[in-house]
Each structure stands twice: as structure tokens, then as C-alpha cells.
Write a protein that binds this ligand. Sequence first.
Ligand code: 13P
Length: 337
Amino acid sequence: MSELNKIALKILSNGKGILAADESTATMTKRLDAVKVYSDENNRLLFRQTLFSSSSMSECIGGVILYDETIRQRTSNGKTIPELINSSGSIAGIKVDTGAKILAGSKEEKITEGLDGLRERLNDYYELGARFTKWRGVYLISDKYPSKLSISANAHALARYAALVQEAGMVPIIEPEVLMDGDHSAKDCLMKTSEVINKCYEELELNNVDLKGTILKPNMILPGKNSGEKISSEEIAELTIDCLKNNVPSSVPGIAFLSGGQTEIEATANLNQINIKNNTDFIMTYSYGRALQQSALKFWSKDINNIVGTQTIFDHRARMCSMAAKGKWSKSFEKSQ
Ligand code: 13P
């Protein structure tokens, strides 16, 4: 088994998943503004280190994706953040793209940037303790989108990123996110997501990426937020599995979904059904940002010194997600908070 395959399996196995705490400073500021906490370096660190020292880390969180600011910070005890994460048996990862900008040649779509100087930045992150990375390609969905141009340009960037990351001895998370915004049907989402993922693997193979040492982070197959379509978790699970079975090569060890604007309960219930119905060899787990942090952030914002209370909320969410990653979650485990 290759070293990269071992890392990927360590992050994803045994009901573990990923905590995506890699919000850029701009996004984190938006999240903190929404709960009326001042966004400075100290407050961003305080919230994140509260989560990273929670007791559920060792059972539920195989990897934490960090942002550049966080990977360079130290706790009040002088530990680096990767050291804190490693102390619970989890692995530190890093977001290495520099964000999505308007794609020249398309009016509204975006291309993710960050390839220039990436080789050097990766060596730096490895030294700081990162062993896996993330790059997010983002796709609009409508009658005309994603365009062939957006599908092709983003797949190319993802593949070049992945090849560089493996060269630096780390596991690349490949994140093609077809957004939930829009009035498209779940069937449209299935069709377009399939096209997007398929193109990513074409490019990954062309760039000689060892798929055993990668993780896919896709969206689930969902109807558009404004479509009015009602669909059960069972149907979401069936469509999502169909999409992955037909478009992801079997050498990929695991799939860690993004939550993408689903509520905490929706993201948990859908993942649970996916695991109940999973008839593939892929590990199917979570790489959630909002669906792991939302309630904890809301609670913490009322008293930022209540570490234990915040951790209790986070631990509950992480344990629910972990149950869902084993197909063993039930709504009755959710307590009212
Ligand atoms: P969400 O789970 O909040 O969608 O965030 C995951 C992520 O990492 C998006 O890039």
C-alpha cells in the first residue's frame, strides 16, 4: 500500500470524516459577523482551537482542513495547530487554492486559481505539518451552465494541482462543487455533476495522478434550492450513489461529501442513507464545514469563553456525522438544543 493511500484511509476509515475549518479570512469574517463576534486573529483562533481540542476529535475527525492563517498559529500552550490536531490522532490538511475568480470567456462562471508558485507553497505546508490538501472548483448550474469551458478549465486546474500535491508527498482532496443554488431538478443535478466528475477523472488520469492516493469531495445530488422539488433522503442517496458508481474510478479509496448549504440534520440524514444503500467499495463519509460547525458557532458566540459548552455541542454533531458515516444514525439520537 502506498504512503498516500495509507494517509487517505487513515483520514476516512472507521466512521471518521473531515472537519473543513478552512474558511478564508473573508468567509470566516462573514460567519462571525452573522453571530456578532468581532473577527480578529485571536477570535478566529479561539473558536477553531476550541473545536480542535474537543473529545470527539479522536473518534470522529480523521483530518482537519486548515486555512493559511490557522496552520501558522499556536495555542496558548505554545503548541502549533498541526501539533494540537495530531495529538488526537487526526491529520492536518490545508486549503491551497487561492479562490475562484471570474472565468475569462464566460460571463458568470468561475475558475479556481492558485497554480502559480504552488510547488513552493506545498513544500512550506509540508514543513508546517500538513499531509493532505484541498482545492475547490465551483460550478454554476442552470440550463446553460456549467459550460464546457468551465467543466474543462476547472478539471484541468484540479488535475494539475493534484499532481503537484502528490509530488510533494501529500494527499490531494479533489473538490468539484456543483452549487445548490438554482431551480434545477435533482435529475439535472445528477446529469451535470456526472459530466463534471467524469471530466475531472479524465484530466487526473492524463496528469498521471495516483488515484489511490486521492480523496474525492463532491456535492450530493440534490434539487436546486429554489426548485420547489421535494425529495427524500432515500432518493438523494440513490441518485448520489448512481452518480459516483458511474463516474468515479474504483481505485479511488473514498468520498467525503461537502455539506454545501444543507442544514446539519439534512447533511447527516442524507449521508446516513447513502451509507445504508452504499453498494460500492468506496468509503462514503463527510468533509463538512457548516454542517459540523454551525450550532457550535452559534452557542460559542453567546459566550466565547465557554469552551466546554461549545465542545459539547460540537462533539454531539461530530458523533452524529460519524454514526451517519456508518449508516447507524437515527433522528431519535438528536437532542433538542
Ligand atoms: P460546507 O460543508 O460548508 O459546504 O464546506 C465544505 C467545504 O470545504 C467547502 O469548500
